[in-house]
Design a protein around this ligand. Structure first.
Ligand SMILES: [Zn+2]
Length: 320
């Protein structure tokens, strides 16, 4: 077992490594986080339109330093994918920002994060991946669907079936989705269309069942087709929760949607339902952008909720 308590005064370097265990076991299923980057990057007042400077200041005492950098006051945000081993198959959930992508945002523009190397360190070659799931089609969840080879975007995982929801595809191909793509850089064209053209995509429903342990759970609002990936095995339960929330501030203030939410009201409804459903149940939740070690538990706190990191998790050596 590893001591997973964070240092009291961490320095938030780019893609820092705090030495957390990245693997979790849920019955017969294992989940491993593969972090692309993690640092203080988002101003909570810009991310959360309903937040006020007073409320942000009031919460700093518990938010810093784990979730918020006390100096810059920026939220610490992780970009990561999740490798799930289930029933002999390798399933990758979310594929981060990606390398060499032409993006509007400077911190995504033409970056080379080397995430594929980290995936290999986790024992997974791209050819080994059986399924790729994108919780939704935002720029930071689809990037490694493709990689650049001789000036062309080709599928990174040539032997995988990419399980993408029909609802998400239809939305981003419609007029309604266009402004989001224009604002970010057309990531559909370089990160999703090439896998569709290669015939690797199965468009599935938002309640898709992958195997005896894994199924999708629809949580619309942030985007219309946002799904969580729920894992049930041997009485244990976990959910890779995508962007149903971005910061534990949204446990305390479940009504705070982000400015990235396509439908702020529906996002609020889904977040409340998510928090209600999973609070005090022992379900290990992985909100995509929570800083390391990411996984934790939702607890009821009066009318609202709080988030508690999972205690020391088993390393892979402990998993037999
Ligand atoms: Zn995201």
């Amino acid at each position: 077992m590893t001591n997973l308590q964070p240092p009291l005064s961490p320095t938030f370097a780019d893609a820092r490594d705090l030495g957390f265990s990245t693997r979790h076991r849920v019955g017969q299923v294992t989940i491993e986080r593969v972090v692309e980057s993690e640092y203080a990057r988002l101003n909570p007042l810009e991310l959360l339109p309903d937040a006020t400077p007073e409320l942000i200041a009031e919460n700093l005492a518990w938010m810093a330093p784990r979730f918020q950098d006390p100096q810059s006051r920026l939220l610490i945000i992780s970009m990561q994918g999740f490798v799930v081993h289930s029933a002999g198959k390798i399933i990758l959930v979310d594929t981060c920002v990606g390398d060499c992508k032409n993006r509007v945002r400077k911190d995504f523009l033409n970056k080379e994060w080397g995430w594929l190397g980290k995936l290999r360190q986790a024992g997974v070659e791209p050819e080994d991946v059986d399924y790729v799931i994108c919780t939704h089609f935002h720029v930071d969840h689809v990037g490694w669907n493709t990689r650049l080879e001789n000036g062309k975007w080709i599928p990174t995982f040539p032997n995988a079936r990419y399980l993408l929801t029909r609802e998400e595809w239809d939305y981003w191909r419609s007029e309604a989705g266009r402004p989001g793509l224009d604002r970010t850089g057309d990531y559909l064209e370089d990160s999703i269309v090439p896998v569709v053209r290669a015939g690797l995509v199965d468009f599935v429903a938002t309640n898709h069942v992958l195997d005896a342990h894994i199924r999708f759970e629809h949580m619309p609002g942030h985007t219309p087709g946002l799904i969580g990936v729920r894992i049930d095995s041997e009485g244990q339960c976990a959910i890779i929760a995508g962007d149903v929330m971005h910061t534990p501030l949204q446990c305390r203030y479940p009504d705070w949607s982000t400015r990235f939410c396509a439908d702020q009201v529906l996002s609020r409804v889904s977040r409340r339902r998510f928090l209600d459903t999973y609070s005090d149940t022992g379900t290990l939740v992985f909100p995509a952008h929570f800083p390391s070690p990411t996984g934790g538990y939702i607890e009821k706190d009066g009318d609202n909720f709080s988030f508690r990191y999972a205690a020391a998790e088993q390393s892979m050596e402990d998993v037999t």
